[in-house]
Ligand binder design. Structure first.
Ligand SMILES: Nc1ncnc2c1ncn2[C@@H]1O[C@H](COP(=O)(O)OP(=O)(O)O)[C@@H](O)[C@H]1O
Ligand SMILES: [Mg+2]
Length: 250
């Protein structure tokens, strides 16, 4: 059974045809990287999986997105509940102007959880999973905004993990980070795939090669090629993929 499936997705922003017949199936506990030049539709496609495009007025979507075999656009599911199962990490770390503890506890609190011990345990577990616990365990009451960019991004990952999603979407999660923080987040992604299905957009091809199992190459709203990462980087089927991964365009 696939964790995520897209079937013939057509997406329009007004008149603009931004995704052209995208189909893709993603297995559980894998890391999938979306690569391709700026504007080719990577973020747009990523946002189909948590229905974030619904927030854009001009956006119209056709086709099916299945999560655990359920069509999330057709079944009468609660969009808010659904988004909880799908965590999202953005390009720029976006912690709330609250303490480190409250950032991680946030998702639980808005779900009405007040049990102190449970909150403490979940915060600790999530920070450990996000490889941040040792750096912040004595400062949980401090403002999250005082952390470095790399720490803030791991905090945002911890905040996502606290509500136990099964899928984590990441849109260029390292593009605002220095190389050391980037290495930490990459290592983390590698560990998290034991428990989660991860889909990440990256403009960094070395990163895609390092962390992903499967890579999808997009160009002008089309999915050109989707295969095992080593195949995409060393022996792609399409010339456009070859040109892109060897840096001849993009
Ligand atoms: N909210 C929006 N409204 C209108 N057009 C958009 C919107 N978001 C993205 N687009 C357009 O859709 C195309 C794909 O964009 P995007 O998914 O952001 O590409 P990528 O993430 O690969 O850089 C681009 O041409 C972009 O200008
Ligand atoms: Mg993008």
């Amino acid at each position: 059974m696939y964790k995520l499936e897209a079937r013939d997705i057509q997406l329009y922003y007004g008149q603009k045809h931004a995704l052209k017949g995208i189909s893709m199936a993603i297995k559980p506990n894998t890391v999938t990287a979306f690569i391709g030049p700026s504007g080719c539709g990577k973020s747009t496609f990523l946002r189909c999986f948590n229905r974030m495009n619904d927030l854009i007025d001009t956006c119209r979507i056709e086709g099916e997105i299945l999560i655990d075999g359920r069509d999330i656009y057709k079944d009468r599911i609660n969009v808010v509940d659904h988004r909880k199962k799908i965590g999202m990490v953005f390009q720029k770390p976006n912690p709330f102007p609250k303490s480190i503890f409250e950032n991680v506890a946030y998702g639980l609190r808005i779900n009405g959880i007040t049990h102190k011990k449970f909150l403490e345990e979940t915060v600790e577990r999530s920070l450990r999973q996000a490889a941040l616990w040792d750096e912040v365990k004595d400062d949980l009451k401090k403002s999250a905004l005082a952390l470095s960019g790399g720490q803030q991004q791991r905090l945002c990952i911890a905040r996502t993990l606290a509500v136990e999603p099964s899928v984590i979407l990441m849109d260029e999660p390292c593009s605002a980070l220095d190389p050391i923080s980037t290495a930490k987040v990459e290592e983390l992604i590698h560990e998290l795939k034991n428990k989660y299905t991860i889909v990440m957009v990256t403009h960094n091809m070395q990163q895609a090669a390092r962390v992903s199992d499967r890579t999808a190459f997009f160009y002008l709203g089309e999915l050109i090629e989707y295969d095992d990462t080593p195949t995409i980087f060393t022996n792609p089927a399409k010339e456009a993929t070859q040109n892109y991964v060897t840096g001849r365009f993009g």
